[in-house]
Design a protein around this ligand. Sequence first.
Ligand SMILES: [Zn+2]
Length: 179
Amino acid sequence: MIFKIAFSLSILCFLFATPMTGQELIVSEVSPELIKEFKDCYVLKNTDQTEVEEARKIVSDPPCFRQPFIATLKEYLIISFFPNHYRNLLQECFFNQRVIAGALQMYNSEHRIKLRRINDQMLNATFTPLIPEYLKHPFPRAEKECFYKSIGDATDEGGLFIYCTYHGSVQSIDELENK
Ligand SMILES: [Zn+2]
């Protein structure tokens, strides 16, 4: 008898429980501390033209190309004699920028409160909006000089322009002009 009642009750619970919608299942909440710590990345902000100007200068002539002659010679020797040990650092940095952009997109598809931009601080700590769920820690920078910045707003149609202050950007300068 008791089993019968328990069984009927469980059937009733099953029938009257409101099912979760797909949206509710994928949207997770962000902790208020994280929002407070990374407030700059969540709030709406107009594009700062001096920032755009700075980014344009870096992207059109990345500082990584202004290395001392000895570094260029070392690179040349490695390519010539030990091609297996050669690391294309520019390419690694560009790949990292794609990874960051992908993580940001993923984050925004899963959260109600969207990230509008990224900053370098977001890639440093063990617990940030993107780490550990979307990016690993420590984030594998191509070189110690890599410092990531962004222009624009990820929730806008044009998206976000991500660049490294040392290697420039994998995105074209035209994408920056529209910000
Ligand atoms: Zn870089």
